[in-house]
Design a protein around this ligand. Structure first.
Ligand code: SF4
Ligand code: SF4
Length: 85
């Protein structure tokens, strides 16, 4: 028997879930060698990187610390560090 299609009754509810609490590492945007390519903005699976004009940061309420932004940054301007709580 197939499963029923799951439909949320309240679209947009993901903003209520602060997924950043799952994190063990966090990105540090060094604002040093950024070339404004915006690759980090495009690859972040949580769409939580914001900024412009070579100054980007992550919204740590939602960043899960996956490290993809740091891995993909072509100029190593993002460093992953251990989260200290
Ligand atoms: S990927 Fe790196 S160089 Fe590109 S915008 Fe982000 S921080 Fe800047
Ligand atoms: S570590 Fe992952 S979730 Fe956090 S800002 Fe970078 S790409 Fe997004």
């Amino acid at each position: 028997m197939s499963k029923p299609i799951q439909i949320t009754s309240a679209p947009g509810s993901s903003k209520s879930y602060k997924t950043g609490s799952w994190r063990t590492n966090k990105p540090i945007f060094k604002h040093d060698t950024c070339n404004d390519c915006r690759i980090c903005v495009l690859v972040c699976p949580d769409a939580c990187i914001f900024g412009s004009d070579k100054v980007y940061d992550a919204n740590l309420d939602f960043c899960k610390g996956c490290g993809i932004c740091a891995y993909e940054c072509p100029v190593d301007d993002i460093e992953m560090v251990l989260e200290v709580k």
